[in-house]
Ligand binder design. Structure first.
Ligand code: PNS
Length: 166
């Protein structure tokens, strides 16, 4: 009898911090994958100013998904395609909120395929209530004292509150 190989997806990002929009995309991925590995980039692109260090971002992701053992988290230190191959991931998941996301996402998907011909990217749209949500907006409004409890889960909220109390 042939054993069916589990479908593994890798969901990479900066997750600075993970929002309910990211969470929604990760959980939706389980409709097409048996297992999802959320890969938290240890360095955030220089164009963005990071709020949390890699360790904190990874810890938040682990805490947010501790209710579901089909979703794991790990650090992404090098190339995404290398980690994807190491994990035996069949595809990369990325969230697509609006047309404005498309150009950047398209470039990354193509570059990943240049680097590894096996790289397939699947784009998922989050629930409509999160279509406007981004980690950078959460960082910004939280820094200015707004209530962000609608946008992030408890482990993230706690750390954001700690940050503003520092
Ligand atoms: O949440 P972000 O910042 O849009 O995520 C970008 C991320 C982490 C997915 C991307 O920068 C990445 O894949 N980094 C790992 C290094 C790599 O493989 N770079 C080439 C991507 S084309």
């Amino acid at each position: 009898m042939t054993r069916v190989r589990p479908v593994v997806a890798i969901y990479p990002g900066s997750f600075d911090p993970i929002t309910k929009g990211h969470e929604d995309v990760a959980r939706r991925s389980l409709r097409i994958a048996d297992q999802v590995v959320v890969a938290v980039a240890s360095t955030v692109s220089q164009a963005k100013s990071s709020l949390f260090d890699g360790e904190d971002r990874l810890a938040m992701v682990q805490e947010v998904f501790q209710d579901d053992d089909r979703i794991e988290a790990c650090q992404l230190d090098g190339l995404l395609v290398d980690l994807a191959q190491e994990l035996g991931a069949q595809f990369v998941i990325r969230g697509l909120r609006a047309v404005s996301d498309f150009e950047y996402e398209f470039q990354m998907a193509q570059m990943n395929r240049e680097l590894w011909s096996g790289a397939e990217t699947v784009f998922l749209t989050p629930d409509q209530q999160y279509a406007f949500l981004s980690a950078s907006l959460v960082r910004q409004v939280s820094r200015l004292g707004a209530d962000v409890s609608r946008f992030v889960s408890e482990p993230v909220l706690r750390r954001l509150q700690q940050q503003s109390g520092d």
